[in-house]
Design a protein around this ligand. Structure first.
Ligand code: GLY
Length: 397
């Protein structure tokens, strides 16, 4: 294995060792089996992906591959997953395929029409830079961070998420946007210009103020007035209804505030992450296998799950467990282990050569939009593999 340290994760993982040492419930053999299976499965995916596009999911009716162009929010996950698999295995064909797809993504560094540049560029070029030290990737990333920063409105104190649905929203900010802040923190560390990290902090603070309910669940979309900064509406787009807790949104918030604590050491972020984790783990609708339904307000044998939310949650909980102590640390670690065990079982992990080449089954993209329900999704695979890599890092100490 190459540099077995996640993006910006060295410090957090080092501090986590005291809390977790000797208490790990999964083994090297577990991680190795699943990572080796992932390498084999992604080789079948590589063989299916046409030139010029990125894999997204499969068509439920006929099993054909559904792809996306570089400007899709999911474009960074396929190269990012390949890079994690390369990090684990050292297999050069995985790096070569990732680098081929990075060429498609490069132009997105100038894309000022989306907030998703953290997903698109940092999960892809960020991992590539970390593993190859190619400074060309650094320049692409710094240009991308500037594009992302252009969407910040100081009156609102947030980065604008979407430009669509202008009839409904004036300045929509979604909880997912927390995931872009890691990219901005990195840009400040590398460039020496604090403005990116300043934007990240202000965005995280505004989100703390307006996105969360008393029970520590989060709204999906907060719409602000860009002239005054006032909240216009608290809505959902992918959740069951405006007051519900969309499962992946809760996972983005958990991961986002855990990461913000790693990067800033601000206890307010740690406390928010702990509260989100408790909301998820205490929820009466969380199934026994730890894989949530697509929204926490719904439950039942026929209700689709969201394995992507579970994978993001597992990756975040592994990091968060190292930031807290005692019973709470143990609880978060064991919850992550439980999720990883479920995701790695035949109920969720596809046999090699099936599932269109993707690793995980049973994710939900956009239930109210009747889109991507109970399917594989490239981002579920990315965070599942990331969580396994993080676990390997814990086992190594
Ligand atoms: N960021 C889009 C989603 O989670 O579906």
């Amino acid at each position: 294995m190459k540099k077995m340290v996640g993006l910006g994760l060295a410090l957090a993982m080092a501090t986590s060792l005291n809390a977790q040492q000797g208490k790990l419930g999964l083994t090297d053999a577990f991680v190795d089996k699943n990572m080796n299976d992932a390498v084999a499965q992604y080789r079948t995916l590589i063989a299916r992906v046409p030139a010029g596009v990125l894999p997204r999911t499969v068509n439920k009716s006929d099993g054909t591959l559904v792809t996306a162009k570089s400007n899709s929010w999911i474009s960074g996950f396929y190269p990012g997953t390949l890079l994690y698999l390369y990090e684990y295995s050292g297999e050069p064909d995985l790096l070569a395929e990732a680098e081929k797809r990075l060429q498609l993504l490069e132009k997105e560094k100038d894309n000022k029409g989306t907030h998703d540049l953290g997903f698109m560029l940092y999960c892809s070029f960020g991992n590539a830079l970390r593993l190859t030290d190619n400074t060309y990737y650094q320049n692409i990333l710094l240009t991308g961070a500037e594009s992302l920063a252009s969407r910040f409105n100081p009156t609102v104190g947030c980065i604008r998420s979407w430009d669509h649905n202008g009839d409904k929203w004036k300045f929509p900010v979604i909880i997912d946007n927390m995931m872009n802040l890691e990219f901005l923190n990195w840009a400040s560390r590398i460039s020496g210009d604090s403005k990116y990290a300043d934007i990240a902090r202000i965005h995280a603070n505004t989100t703390l103020k307006h996105h969360f309910r008393k029970d520590n669940s989060s709204y999906h979309v907060i719409d602000y007035d860009p002239e005054t900064g006032a909240v216009r509406n608290k809505h959902t787009h992918q959740g069951a209804h405006h007051e519900s807790a969309w499962a992946r949104g809760q996972a983005w918030g958990l991961y986002g505030y855990t990461m913000m604590y790693r990067d800033t050491q601000d206890k307010a972020y740690l406390n928010q992450a702990r509260k989100i984790a408790a909301f998820i783990l205490d929820h009466p609708n969380l199934p026994a296998d730890g894989i949530p339904y697509w929204d926490y307000s719904v439950s039942g044998p026929d209700v689709p799950r969201d394995a992507s939310a579970a994978a993001i949650t597992a990756s975040a909980l592994l990091e968060l467990s190292g930031m807290v102590k005692g019973k709470e640390s143990k609880r978060f670690l064991q919850a992550a282990e439980h999720i990883l065990t479920s995701l790695s079982s035949p109920a969720y992990k596809a046999a090699t050569g099936t599932n269109g080449g993707f690793l995980l089954m049973h994710s939900t993209g956009h239930f109210p939009g009747n889109s991507e329900i109970d399917v594989p999704l490239s981002y579920a695979d990315y965070y599942y593999v990331e969580a396994l890599i993080r676990y390997k890092q814990l086992l190594a100490h």
